[in-house]
Design a protein around this ligand. Structure first.
Ligand code: PLP
Length: 376
């Protein structure tokens, strides 16, 4: 098996697995309970909050735990525009994840003024696209790094250009791979997820800048200082903490390792496959993703490419959503100006610290054979 879909999810590391188990088997108390079994869980959660908050330059009180990136994204948009009533206009980037685009669509259908910001052909939001808007009582949501191409957005510059707006960034893909400091980025909100960095699925976090009068989107108990109701998943939070600790400690090593592999894939793909287009620019991108499309895509079948890779043990994706069995053209590549056929037959390779150079070389060999076979 050659797993090259680490932007979709990652293998949970041994250390994360190990550290979680006692919080399921023995220390299973409810962190809101006042007896010692509960208090033990509460202390562990607050330690985890402190460490994770420190890793993004935040105060622990500025971080709430959520079930992951999707919940964090939905919560910001819906709370700011509805429950908290902090804004009445929403501006989102064209290449956001559907965890932003779909709630934005829902809010629009409920009467919220909503705008989509176009991107340039590298997938970056040009600053001049933002300025024409009146940014009073406006929430802007622009992702830190894109999950299909790895492109990093100039969030700090966007912040400087929009001092009157509330600014959210979806940092699900960038967190743990490059430094994410919420104060340096200047954002008011940021979304995080554990399972992209060898942590467990179903746990993430939302940064809410101190001083913001944030009302819970999810209602129930008073957990998370009344900002997210629900019994905290202690084992997942402890796993998240360990995943973050390791990501921070190993960041330099991981970056060097994955950069070398991505560079190799870039070179080999260009060498062995004709008529390819590399949709991941060289600069200001994550060190883990390479997105490839084919300029003769009208002759190819994107789904068949991925299926053929699968049959030969290579797991990759095109990053685009699969709706009722048929692959849709990637909204990211379309927004970058690629023709529809090409946006439908792209291949995204995303690597991790576990990926080896040999695996990457083998995958490109297999892909080259598949494309050649289809062209014949
Ligand atoms: N945002 C981005 C950019 C993502 O890549 C993903 C996951 O693919 C999400 C949000 C959703 O995160 P989660 O799977 O933790 O709900």
């Amino acid at each position: 098996m050659i797993y090259l879909d680490n932007s979709a999810t990652t293998k949970v590391s041994e250390e994360v697995l190990e550290v979680m188990l006692p919080w399921l088997a023995e220390n299973y108390g409810n962190p809101s309970s006042i007896y010692s079994l509960g208090r033990r869980a509460r202390v562990a959660i607050e330690n985890a909050r402190e460490e994770i908050a420190a890793s993004i330059g935040a105060h622990p009180a500025e971080l709430i735990f959520t079930s992951g990136g999707t919940e964090s994204d939905n919560t910001v948009l819906k709370s700011v525009l509805e429950e908290s009533n902090l804004a009445d206009t929403l501006v989102v980037g064209a290449i956001e994840h559907h965890a932003i685009l779909n709630p934005a669509e829902t809010l629009k259908s409920r009467g919220i003024k909503s705008h989509i910001l176009p991107v340039d052909n590298e997938g970056r939001v040009p600053l001049e696209n933002i300025n024409p808007f009146n940014l009073q009582r406006t929430l802007i949501s622009i992702m830190h790094a894109n999950n299909e191409t790895g492109v990093i957005q100039p969030i700090a510059e966007i912040r400087q250009a929009t001092p009157d707006a509330l600014l959210h960034t979806d940092a699900v893909q960038s967190f743990g791979k490059i430094l994410v400091n919420v104060k340096e980025l200047g954002v008011d909100f940021a979304s995080f997820s554990a399972h992209k960095i060898h942590g467990p699925k179903g746990i993430g976090a939302l940064y809410i800048r101190k001083g913001i009068d944030f009302k819970s989107h999810q209602q129930g108990g008073g957990q998370e200082r009344n900002r997210r109701a629900g019994t905290e998943p202690v084992a997942l939070i402890i796993g998240f903490q360990t995943a973050v600790r390791k990501a921070m400690a190993e960041m330099n090593f991981r970056t060097q390792h994955t950069t070398a592999i991505i560079e190799k894939i870039r070179i080999l793909a260009a060498e062995k496959i004709s008529q390819i287009r590399i949709n991941t620019p060289l600069e200001n991108v994550l060190p883990t993703i390479l997105n490839i499309s084919f300029t003769d895509a009208h002759r190819l079948d994107g789904e068949a490419i991925l299926q053929s890779l699968d049959i030969q043990g290579v797991f990759a994706s095109n990053g685009s959503a699969c709706v009722s069995g048929s692959t849709q053209a990637s909204h990211v590549l379309l927004a970058m100006g690629l023709p529809a056929a090409e946006a439908k037959a792209a291949v995204r390779f995303s690597v991790s610290k576990y990926t080896t150079m040999q695996e990457a070389e083998k995958a490109i060999e297999i892909l080259a054979d598949i494309i050649e076979g289809m062209r014949e």
